[in-house]
Each structure stands twice: as structure tokens, then as C-alpha cells.
Write a protein that binds this ligand. Structure first.
Ligand code: NDP
Length: 415
């Protein structure tokens, strides 16, 4: 019998809960806890009390509160779908109770917009000694993109050299400005300096200052901006043959104009300001007035295309492949009442959890997704709504800068 405790009841959690609920063979009993218990109750009502057996209010910033909850529920696994700020308190509670742990985003301190794995990797020995497992970053990016990389390295190459993760949301939600997952976390991420790995070192760029117009499968050409994304850190560690690793995300002009204005007037700041006798954080206030990402699903059209371009050597020859998924916002809404960004995160969280619970991915310690055999995860992506495709590309992407001029001013396929 397996029992999971899911913490968080937002856009991503609602998808994971619904997907887990359909798979009693992996998830016998589901329990749900979050800061606002009414959101858990609403989800329980939607899914049924026979599948979501209990709901709880918890402040997951408080490790002792989470520990008490784990002692009450006694889950085999805690799925953390709250915010990155809660990763460490929830990991502490898992350690105190000898319980396995999974999340979709790496830890970030609330008072500093900085995300890196060092804080969670520091738990490696403690988790190993306790005989429990933590699976980090089981969403899409990080998550599926790490698994794509491991799959390519296993099946297509003798050695991988160049990696470009590309994330395009080609959808339209009809709002003037909205983020597709938690606005606070999203805006903190994209306003940071860009960073990529090249020839053994990290190189920095000004925020969103490097642009390429890339052509995405079944979407078309979109302006794509170089950003730092957490999976780069773990992938370059686990695939040391990589000479370069970069991450690109698409943003439309309207989105960037809104963002620049909001930044220009200080609304994206995380420094508290005095307002009518109390301290408020501008970005937290902004989150309160922006649309809830979970509410965007109705009427959202178009699709996402997220994938990894990998160039490497096979049998002495250089080649490039692209592994990707297209996910349709309207189909996700039809299936689980969610938009594609929540869906592409919530489904891999369910898959990672299922593989841990059935012992396929199971080893004491703290792990990133690319460290396990990718095949069972790739099979489950096909079975549970995120089918993937592999394109063998004609051109190498290793020396793209020199080739760019040959291809004219319009967008180009990376392959
Ligand atoms: P939401 O803001 O929609 O949901 C977050 C949930 O966590 C809310 O229910 C919120 O409660 C709850 N929460 C926040 N703080 C606490 C706390 N202290 N104690 C208990 N519960 C708390 O976010 P999303 O669903 O969009 O995102 C969830 C996670 O998924 C984030 O960490 C995000 O970074 C990650 N993510 C990962 C992606 C990937 O591909 N790897 C992509 C997209 C997101 P309340 O309702 O009270 O605010």
C-alpha cells in the first residue's frame, strides 16, 4: 500500500492530485495539505473523498508543523508542490520522520532572488544515512528536460557536447499580463542575470539581453531569450563532457513591455517598503493583483513546445538531435481543468512519485532526475499525456554562431 502527502494546492498541485487520483495502482491513498485549507477542500470535492482521503492546513515554512503533519498522516512520500521557499523546511521534516521527498523547483531564500542546488545537495549525506530518498526537480524544466538529456546520452551518443534547452509557450490566455505559474517565483526567475556554461565556466549576461529568433515545432518562430535555469547546474555536473549548456525561453513583446514598466517603477522589488503603517514587499503585492495562473485555463488557446537540442559524437561523427513535447492548453483544460504550464509540471511530478513508490527509481540520498535510468520515465510520459518526439537534425548546433549569418534574417530551426 502506498500513501502520499501532497503539500501545496495551486495550479501544479491540482494537476498532480487529479493524475495521481486516477492511478490507484501507484497511489492508494492521497492526502493534501496547504496554507489555505479551503483550496485543498475544493480539490478534494472535485476529485472525491474516496481518493483524497484527508485535507489539512499547514504552514510549510515551519518544519515542526510539517513534521507533526507527517507523523499524523504517515505517508511513504511527501510531494512538495508549494513554493521553492518551503523546500528546506519540508526536507528537514522528512529527515526527522524518515520519509521520502520529491519537489519540482530548487530552494530559493525568500529574501534573496537566488536559486541553486547547493542548499539541497548539502542534504546528501543526511538523507543517505537515514536511508531515505529525495528526488529534486520532477517538473518539466527542470525535470523532463533532464530526463531528455539522459535519454539522448544513453541512446543516441557516445559523448554529448552541446545542450540547448528551449522553452516556448505559444499560447494566448487573452490577459494583458499574466504569468503561467506562481507570479512571484516566475518574476524573480526571469529578472535575474542570465548565465550559461561554456568551456568549464559559467558566463553571465544582463537579464534577457541575449535574443535568438528560434523556430518551434508546430508553433513557428518566436523571440527566445537566454536565461539561467536550475537544471543547467545539475546537468553540467552530471555530464562533464558538455562544452556548453544554455537555456532559452520565449517572451512576447507585450509581456516584456509590461515587465520593464513594472521593474522600472519598482513593482518587482523584493525589498520591503513602508505602506500605511505596515511593511509590504512590492512583488508580493503585485502577485496579489495579477491573475491566478490556475485561473487562466478557460479559453487559453495554442500550445507549448519544450525540448532539448543536443549535439555530440556517435561512432566518431558529430550529430544533433532535438527531443521535445508539444502540449495543447485547451486539451489540458478539457482533461483536468488546467493550462499547459501547470499540466507539463504536474504530470512529471506524478510520474517521479510513481517511480519512487514502485521502487523503479529508488536509492537513498538526494538525486537529480538525470541520475536515474531515463527509460521508464520516458515510457510514462507517453502513457500519461506528455508524448515526446525525437528529430535527427541536419545541421550541427555546435558552431551556430558562425552559421547564423548563412541563414538570413528570419528565424531558424536550431537543427
Ligand atoms: P501556486 O502559487 O499556484 O501554488 C502554490 C501553493 O503552495 C499554493 O496552494 C500556496 O498556498 C501553497 N503555499 C505557499 N506557501 C506555503 C506555505 N508556507 N505553506 C503551505 N503551503 C504554501 O504555484 P504553482 O502551482 O504555479 O507552482 C508550484 C511549484 O511548482 C512552485 O515551486 C513552482 O516554482 C514549481 N514549478 C515548476 C516548474 C517546472 O517545470 N519544474 C514549472 C512551473 C512551476 P496559498 O494558496 O495559501 O497561496
Amino acid at each position: 500500500m502506498s500513501r502520499v502527502l501532497i503539500i501545496g494546492a495551486g495550479g501544479v498541485a491540482s494537476v498532480t492530485v487529479k493524475k495521481c487520483a486516477r492511478l490507484p495502482q501507484h497511489f492508494d491513498e492521497i492526502y493534501l495539505a496547504s496554507r489555505t485549507v479551503s483550496k485543498c477542500e475544493a480539490l478534494q470535492q472535485e476529485v472525491g473523498a474516496d481518493r483524497v482521503k484527508g485535507v489539512f492546513a499547514v504552514d510549510a515554512d515551519n518544519a515542526k508543523e510539517v513534521e507533526a503533519l507527517i507523523n499524523e498522516v504517515k505517508p511513504d512520500l511527501v510531494i512538495n508542490l508549494a513554493l521553492p521557499y518551503q523546500d528546506l523546511p519540508i526536507m528537514d521534516a522528512c529527515l526527522a520522520t524518515n520519509t521520502d521527498y520529491l519537489d519540482t523547483a530548487n530552494y530559493e531564500p525568500k529574501d534573496e532572488a537566488k536559486f541553486e542546488y547547493s542548499w539541497q545537495w548539502a542534504y546528501q549525506d543526511k538523507f543517505k544515512d537515514a536511508g531515505i530518498m529525495a528526488l529534486l526537480g520532477s517538473g518539466f524544466d527542470p525535470g523532463v528536460t533532464n530526463v531528455y538529456t539522459a535519454y539522448a546520452a544513453k541512446h543516441y551518443f557516445d559523448e554529448i557536447h552541446y545542450l540547448d534547452i528551449v522553452d516556448c509557450n505559444g499560447g494566448d490566455h487573452g490577459q494583458a499580463f499574466a504569468t503561467n505559474f506562481n507570479p512571484e517565483i516566475n518574476i524573480r526567475e526571469i529578472t535575474q542575470r542570465g548565465r550559461y556554461w561554456e568551456n568549464g565556466e559559467w558566463k553571465e549576461t544582463d537579464p534577457l539581453s541575449v535574443r535568438e529568433d528560434l523556430d518551434y515545432q508546430n508553433i513557428g518562430v518566436r523571440a527566445s531569450y537566454l536565461m539561467f535555469h536550475e537544471e543547467l547546474e545539475s546537468i553540467v555536473k552530471h555530464f562533464p563532457t558538455l562544452k556548453r549548456a544554455r537555456f532559452w525561453m520565449t517572451f512576447g513583446d507585450a509581456y516584456l513591455n509590461h515587465l520593464r514598466v513594472l521593474e522600472g517603477i519598482g513593482m518587482t522589488s523584493i525589498e520591503p517598503v513602508e505602506f500605511q503603517g505596515q511593511k509590504i514587499v512590492p512583488l508580493e503585492f503585485l502577485k496579489a493583483v495579477l491573475p491566478n495562473p490556475g485561473s487562466l485555463a478557460e479559453g487559453y488557446s495554442g500550445m507549448t513546445c519544450i525540448g532539448t537540442y543536443i549535439t555530440g559524437i556517435k561512432d566518431g561523427k558529430e550529430k544533433t538531435i532535438f527531443i521535445y513535447n508539444n502540449c495543447d492548453h485547451a486539451k489540458c483544460n478539457e482533461e483536468v481543468g488546467a493550462q499547459a504550464v501547470s499540466y507539463t509540471t504536474g504530470v512529471p511530478a506524478m510520474i517521479g512519485a510513481a517511480l519512487m513508490l514502485n521502487g523503479t527509481w529508488k536509492e537513498a540520498g538526494v538525486w537529480n532526475m538525470e541520475q536515474f535510468d531515463p527509460d521508464p520515465f520516458m515510457d510514462m510520459l507517453n502513457e500519461h499525456g506528455l508524448p515526446w518526439h525525437v528529430l535527427e537534425c541536419k545541421r550541427s548546433y555546435s558552431n551556430d554562431r558562425e552559421k547564423k549569418n548563412e541563414e538570413g534574417p528570419r528565424g531558424r530551426k536550431l537543427g
